[in-house]
Design a protein around this ligand. Structure first.
Ligand SMILES: *Cc1c(COP(=O)(O)O)cnc(C)c1O
Length: 256
């Protein structure tokens, strides 16, 4: 397909390997700048809009963690790639009617943002005899359109997590302000870190920071990120508008 070739090249596995090593180099340098160990930062490749057949090349290039924003898309890829041992992460907002699908196959969920959702997930997971790693999403940018708990609501929420036996709390997640001005982005990351420092006192398992994407993962690492969610820097520019994933998305002037 022409469209795929434009985006992924004639040899997608080679393209992904080159892109991965460039991202890896940037991760290593950001770790060095901030005195951190590379092993403290996990790269979670985000595969939304990458077709299932192309994901075989990503797997061949060494990518075994696939992060998806939308459950239907993840589900259909999972069905096509069923024979491959993939660690599926769902990183986007989840509607309650999709809980059952997620609980069937996902190993991680990065957008836990309500007690109701925690309860639905827990009940369904118990029926499936499964457990799920969860990150609590926090709205650190103050934008009304963003999902995630208000920072003031986080500590009471963290204190309820113990009652959900099938949920394994891992940490906090955020989407920073969408801006190319890193002076506006960094405060979001720093806020999440401060919140994590408080949250871990209430639940010792809440240690990780899932923050940073293609445009800002180096700043996120410098601010303490343990998981960076990187899509386009590995898989090329998405053909879909970001408003599809982040309702109300309004890029600042100058951002495409
Ligand atoms: C798409 C997505 C990312 C990755 O964004 P890129 O710009 O492709 O790096 C990270 N987090 C979430 C929640 C996403 O939906």
């Amino acid at each position: 397909m022409i469209a795929d070739e434009e985006r992924f090249g004639t040899d997608p596995a080679a393209t992904f390997r080159v892109n991965l090593s460039a991202v890896e180099e940037r991760i290593v340098r950001a770790c060095q700048r901030s005195g951190r160990n590379r092993s403290d930062v996990r790269l979670l490749p985000i595969t939304k809009t990458v077709p299932a057949d192309i994901l075989r090349y990503a797997f061949a290039a060494g990518i075994h963690d696939f992060g998806e924003n939308k459950i239907q898309e993840a589900q259909s890829k999972k069905a096509e790639l069923g024979e491959m041992d993939i660690n599926w992460s769902i990183v986007g907002h989840l509607q309650s009617n999709k809980v059952k699908y997620l609980c069937h196959f996902a190993r991680e969920f990065h957008a836990l943002d309500s007690l109701r959702l925690a309860d639905l997930l827990d009940k369904r997971l118990k029926r499936e005899g499964r457990q799920l790693d969860v990150y609590v999403q926090v709205n650190t940018s103050g934008e009304e359109s963003k999902f995630g708990l208000h920072p003031d609501a986080l500590m009471p929420f963290i204190e309820t997590l113990d009652q959900f036996e099938a949920l394994r709390p891992r940490g906090l997640m955020t989407l920073a302000l969408f801006s190319q001005d890193m002076d506006k982005v960094r405060p979001c990351f720093r806020l999440l870190r401060r919140l994590r420092d408080q949250a871990v006192l209430r639940n010792a398992a809440v240690t990780e920071l899932s923050m940073g994407m293609s445009g800002d993962f180096e700043e996120a690492i410098e601010a303490g990120a343990n998981v960076v969610r990187v899509g386009q820097a590995i898989f090329g520019k998405r053909p879909t508008p970001d408003s599809l994933y982040w309702p109300g998305f309004a890029p600042e002037a100058g951002q495409s």
